[in-house]
Design a protein around this ligand. Structure first.
Ligand SMILES: *[C@@H]1O[C@H](CO)[C@@H](O)[C@H](O)[C@H]1NC(C)=O
Ligand SMILES: *[C@@H]1O[C@H](CO)[C@@H](O)[C@H](O)[C@H]1NC(C)=O
Ligand SMILES: *[C@@H]1O[C@H](CO)[C@@H](O)[C@H](O)[C@H]1NC(C)=O
Ligand SMILES: *[C@@H]1O[C@H](CO)[C@@H](O)[C@H](O)[C@H]1NC(C)=O
Ligand SMILES: *[C@@H]1O[C@H](CO)[C@@H](O)[C@H](O)[C@H]1NC(C)=O
Length: 419
């Protein structure tokens, strides 16, 4: 028992370090920069890249219905911008729960950790011009038959992957065939029923580099080449989902073609502060160039917004909302800027893409900014209030509870892949 407590203590300390190193800069960043950004109005949400054809179909499929379906599809072609809409009440609720799916990272298993409200599970995204069908796991596995689908990126990529694994597990049980790295950073599953491989690669910058660690107090990024941890496997990946962003806010030194380009938040060294927006752009550009080199499907999941909203990360109300935002909440600040960079690079890459490569943006930033209720908050730990309500509590207002809003990302993704 003693050793278990010690273990808990060590891992809690690790998480605490993570929070301080990981969240604090974000919170500070938001505090410092939000004001100067709030004047930026969002005009970029209108780009055509975010349009997806979402067909209204019923999931049982007789031939007649399939014919009707393809007719509907033609009819609705290019009509539905799924990024415009609202979250509406949904009686049915998620396909899985925190006890039926075993693949949910503890910190995101809000149900297991005692989150008392469940209203946040009963919403669905309703685009203005169409409906998003409920996730159909068999259909997804059929689409991916004989293929290897890889998620590449940071913990948001993992969040989306874990949602997908839970959704697919409702019809076919996956075999975990590979696991490596602390915190499940590299994993691979096989769905033998459909000869589908799904994997996840930890690569928070996408490009080559080193993450800060005990010895290194900043990240090192090489902006001109992709991280070989996933780059070396690219030939064997048919569909790749990339998702990054938040790690770019940390202190870092940037290299291009072997020489220092500049740095960010690097008081100790004497190189030039260049911020991280242009660096983020370069990393996305390098990545899209690399992945679009061969017949393949590429999906860029856009920046996932957090909801500290300028409040301290350890305050009781850091993200304690229990319902989505309604109208009037727009993209601004960091969320707006990071998404804009991604959409611009996506559009440029798409214009230059080779035949046979399919490039899609899974534009979830605006959808997700409306879901302050979807984060673990204090339930990143089990039963945070079992000894009463403390003055300060650690909050995760960045990742998403599973089940939760990320399931909708995957519902939209299947519609993109079906096209
Ligand atoms: C599908 O479209 C029909 C008519 O076009 C509509 O009546 C029905 O409600 C739609 N179904 C869904 C699930 O959106
Ligand atoms: C979770 O889902 C399983 C399988 O659908 C179901 O049997 C169980 O009752 C659910 N648990 C909760 C707490 O909803
Ligand atoms: C499974 O998919 C791979 C391609 O990813 C293919 O080479 C192999 O033949 C497939 N196996 C079966 C049993 O269909
Ligand atoms: C600072 O810059 C100078 C001149 O570029 C260089 O010689 C020196 O090594 C640098 N110092 C550090 C700590 O990087
Ligand atoms: C959020 O926290 C604040 C401060 O503790 C509290 O006043 C408010 O009622 C909380 N809201 C919800 C929905 O729990």
């Amino acid at each position: 028992m003693g050793s278990k407590e010690q273990h808990n203590c060590v891992s809690q300390r690790k998480i605490l370090v993570f929070i301080v190193l990981g969240f604090l800069p974000i919170a500070l960043f938001r505090l410092c920069f939000n004001n100067s950004f709030s004047a930026i109005v969002d005009t970029s949400l209108q780009d055509s890249a975010s349009h997806v054809v979402i067909t209204n179909y019923s999931s049982s499929s007789s031939q007649e219905e399939e014919a009707q379906e393809s007719f509907d599809r033609v009819k609705e072609e290019a009509l539905c911008d799924y990024t415009k809409g609202k979250w509406v009440r949904d009686e049915i609720g998620p396909l899985y729960n925190g006890s039926s799916c075993g693949t949910i990272k503890d910190g995101q298993n809000c149900f297991r950790h005692g989150r008392p409200d469940s209203g946040y599970l009963y919403w669905k995204w309703k685009p203005n011009q169409c409906d998003i069908p409920r996730f159909d796991a068999n259909r997804f596995l059929d689409l991916m038959r004989d293929k290897h689908l890889a998620f590449v990126g940071d913990s948001m990529a993992r969040n989306q992957l874990e949602s997908l694994i839970c959704l697919l597990s409702t019809v076919s049980s996956p075999d975990l065939v590979y696991r490596n790295g602390e915190d499940n950073k590299f994993r691979k599953w096989r769905f033998e029923s459909h000869n589908v491989t799904v994997s996840v690669y930890w690569s928070p910058f996408l490009v080559a580099g080193l993450e800060k660690s005990g010895k290194l107090d900043h990240n090192i990024l090489h902006l001109d080449r992709v991280d070989e941890k996933w780059g070396n496997d690219l030939e064997r990946i048919d569909t790749v989902v990339v998702s990054v962003g938040h790690w770019f806010l940390h202190p870092a030194v940037y290299y291009e073609s072997g020489s220092v380009l500049g740095c960010h938040s690097c008081e100790a060294s004497n190189c030039t502060e260049i911020g991280f927006f242009d660096v983020f752009r370069k990393a996305i550009r390098t990545t899209l160039k690399a992945v679009a080199g061969k017949r393949r499907e590429v999906i860029l999941t856009t920046f996932s917004p957090s909801h500290f909203e300028g409040r301290p990360w350890d305050s009781l109300d850091a993200c304690n909302m229990t319902e989505p935002y309604g109208e009037g909440k727009v993209l601004e600040g960091l969320d707006l800027e990071m998404r804009r960079i991604e959409m611009e690079e996506f559009a440029a890459a798409k214009a230059a893409v080779e035949a046979g490569v399919r490039l899609e943006a899974l534009d979830v930033t605006a959808i997700s900014v409306l879901r302050p209720d979807g984060h673990p908050g204090p339930y990143m730990y089990g039963d945070p209030f079992k000894n009463g309500v403390p003055e300060r509590v650690h909050n995760d207002c960045l990742h998403w509870c599973l089940p939760g809003p990320v399931d909708t990302w995957n519902e939209i993704m299947i519609e993109m892949l079906r096209r």
